[in-house]
Ligand binder design. Structure first.
Ligand code: PFF
Length: 447
């Protein structure tokens, strides 16, 4: 049986109603939407993949998101504490700890890419990015050097500054400024992209589905991405949930976060595909799409260095509102576990993440060869986090809310038929589909 957490739990820190929505959208919207989503959409079928992503987001992502927020608000603690408060059954605190590991490790390589975006923003505004025309070589020599280590450190330090200030004057304020800023930049860039000559082909590729391109594999990739994009399975939404006011509707919050995330993916697609098609760039070319192809497109536009600079600032903003959500998870955990102050926790965790991030930063571009099997250290981190820890986290959450914690529905506050829909998805559909993603990504299931 659950014991409701005291209102003072979690240090009593709280988001305001709108602050919570901004912070959660900030966490959801990130490199996943603007860097990863376009190239996997390019690779796995364009509009048909986008449609699949929307279905996964609505049918599985939102119920799991709601489940995570509910655990956080019910338990009022960091991931592991919340589990322990809500059930007397043994082992759930340890499973919660496993979920703390994911954001800790994810941040170590996510911050590397966040660092790239900061570097590209600076290089673009200064015009240096456009001083030679081989963008592939420019990108290769940057990521093949030790420079990304320092840019990653900058991304981590900026993140740490926000987290040190706490929930309402740090996370909430930061997101309330950056999220509207992002919308303005995105809309400006969408207008620019849609008015390019030849943009129409990019729009059709992105929005006119060709169902023959849908495969079981692309459906599982879409589901995995819906999880990553909504920041699920990694404790962020549980941790943020702990700071949500009891009077706030979690159902409305969940919808707002889901729609926000979808809207940003849509806008990002409306920038990247029209631009790629207008300049004859292959949209399925992989992680380099944003860093190699788009600079070439910006260089060929009037005021390209301004638009390019804005684009990379946008990416950096999106990345930082997510790194903030990632860092808060282990920080909340060690504060509770060891009773450390916020400042001490932030400094120690950030330093550890920086150290673990160094092999990722130098291996991804080949500055130092650290690889096992056919994967670099960076690829291993991404693989272990995105394809193993994240679905495992998703399973833990759905099993806990669907089968273990009896009072989940009461805390969630969902009423009438929505309650049955939610519980049905969390109990049966989500765990089965997430298990399929896990089996597929570990190679146990192949098609
Ligand atoms: N949702 C983020 C993105 O799409 O880039 C990634 C992410 C951020 C995952 C924060 C998990 C998290 F806790």
């Amino acid at each position: 049986k659950s014991a409701p957490a005291p209102e003072s739990a979690g240090g009593g820190e709280r988001f305001s109603q709108s602050g919570f929505i901004f912070a959660a959208i900030g966490s959801a919207v990130g490199l996943g939407n603007m860097w990863k989503f376009p190239y996997i959409t390019g690779k796995y079928g364009g509009a048909a993949f986008f449609l699949m992503f929307i279905v996964c987001l609505l049918a599985v992502g939102l119920p799991v998101l709601m489940a995570e927020l509910t655990i956080g608000r019910g338990g009022r603690g960091s991931v592991s504490t919340s589990f322990n408060r809500l059930t007397k059954k043994k082992g759930w605190g340890t499973l919660g700890f496993l979920m703390v590991l994911a954001p800790f490790l994810i941040l170590s390589f996510y911050a590397v890419i966040a660092g790239w975006t900061l570097y590209y923003a600076v290089q673009s505004f200064s015009g240096n990015l456009f001083s030679n025309s081989d963008y592939s070589a420019t990108f290769g020599s940057f990521i093949g050097s030790w420079q990304p280590v320092w840019w990653m450190l900058l991304a981590l330090v900026l993140t740490a500054f926000v987290i040190i200030k706490g929930v309402s004057s740090g996370i909430e304020k930061f997101n309330k400024i950056l999220i509207p800023g992002l919308v303005i930049l995105l809309v400006a860039l969408v207008i620019r992209a849609l008015t390019l000559k030849g943009a129409g082909d990019g729009v059709s590729f992105f929005l006119e589905p060709d169902f023959s391109k849908l495969t079981a594999q692309s459906a599982l990739i879409a589901l995995g991405h819906a999880f990553f994009s909504l920041s699920l399975g990694m404790g962020t939404m549980i941790t943020y949930g702990a700071y949500v006011d009891k009077r706030q509707s979690l159902g409305v919050g969940t919808m707002a976060i889901g729609l926000g995330d979808l809207l940003y993916a849509l806008l990002a697609g409306l920038i990247i595909f029209p631009t790629s098609f207008a300049f004859g760039i292959e949209p399925g070319q992989g992680p380099g799409l944003v860093f190699v192809a788009l600079p070439a497109a910006f260089a060929a536009m009037p005021f390209g260095s301004l638009f390019g600079g804005l684009f990379f600032v946008l990416l950096a903003f999106a990345a930082l509102t997510s790194t903030v959500g990632l860092l808060e998870v282990p920080v909340a955990f060690v504060r509770e576990r060891f009773g450390w102050s916020r400042g001490k926790s932030v400094i120690i965790i950030t330093l550890l993440i920086f150290i673990i991030g160094i092999p990722s930063a130098v291996s991804v571009g080949g500055a130092v060869d650290i690889s096992f099997g056919h994967k670099t250290f960076f690829d291993w981190m991404d693989f272990i986090c995105s394809y193993i820890l994240l679905p495992v986290g998703g399973l833990i959450v759905t099993i806990f809310v669907g089968w273990i914690w009896r009072d989940a529905a009461k805390e969630a506050g969902v009423k009438s038929s929505w309650l049955y829909v939610w519980l049905f998805m969390v109990r049966y559909i989500a765990p089965i589909l997430v298990l399929l993603v896990l089996l597929h990504s570990t190679g146990a299931l192949d098609f």
